[in-house]
Design a protein around this ligand. Sequence first.
Ligand code: IPD
Ligand code: CA
Ligand code: CA
Length: 270
Amino acid sequence: MRTTARSALYTVMERAARKAGRGLARDFGEVENLQVSVKSPSDFVSTADLGAEKTIRAELERARPTFSFLMEEGGKIVGKDPDSVWIVDPLDGTTNFLHSIPHFAISMALVQKGDLIAGMIYNPVADEMYWAEKGRGAFLNDRRLRVSGRRDMGEALIGTGIPFRGRGDHPHYLKLLEATMGHVAGIRRAGAAALDLAYVAAGRLDGFFEIGLNKWDIAAGILLIKEAGGFVGDLDGDSDPMETGNIVAGNARLYEPLGKLLRAAGGSGK
Ligand code: IPD
Ligand code: CA
Ligand code: CA
């Protein structure tokens, strides 16, 4: 029996996430075979990605026909209600998916009049459903989430995203890594920013930083962390990470010192 009451909004998002998640999990099972039998597994993965986005859009639109969309693949779709926007990444962790690493997720959020109202991050392989609604807390399946209680940077496990071919300022990123790695218990690059943020909300990671993310990578995760008692901000200080994509997050104790270390090393580098 469920211990937490679910809203109508949750039900709508869950249906979309589970349906698209079933498709992704099935396609993921094919990837290993495809790597030997098909010339371009990346084409297969982009088909899976587009398929998931189509499913999510259809489900959300059926339940909330007037709402607008901002989707990684489809871009902006303005509906009758431009103030209610679904922000969707149908497959976060594409490179993991392509390499048969079962660490990827669907991420979706609802923004109304500029406010983050709801967020959901679903890892279909682990069947982990992370979700949050503004003012109602954050959850992993039925369990209420709290960020970690670690106070000591020396014990902290920090997630990050390393820029790769064609993306980001590599020498600058190395400065951020150099500034942080000597102070912490470990740094992880797991390959799915949405899951990294969900892990901060769940207290698995104590903090996270990355430069150059998009709204669909971070919208749901930001709400999850805030509702789990953590902090999220822009790498340089005052701006909104939803606008800049340069994000730092952490538990209540480590958010400030982590931000300080990163800013002293040049922040976003912009
Ligand atoms: C990527 C992942 C990755 C992050 C990249 C993102 P995608 O999203 O979240 O962890 O480092 O910057 O673009 O392409 O797999 O949806
Ligand atoms: Ca992504
Ligand atoms: Ca994606």
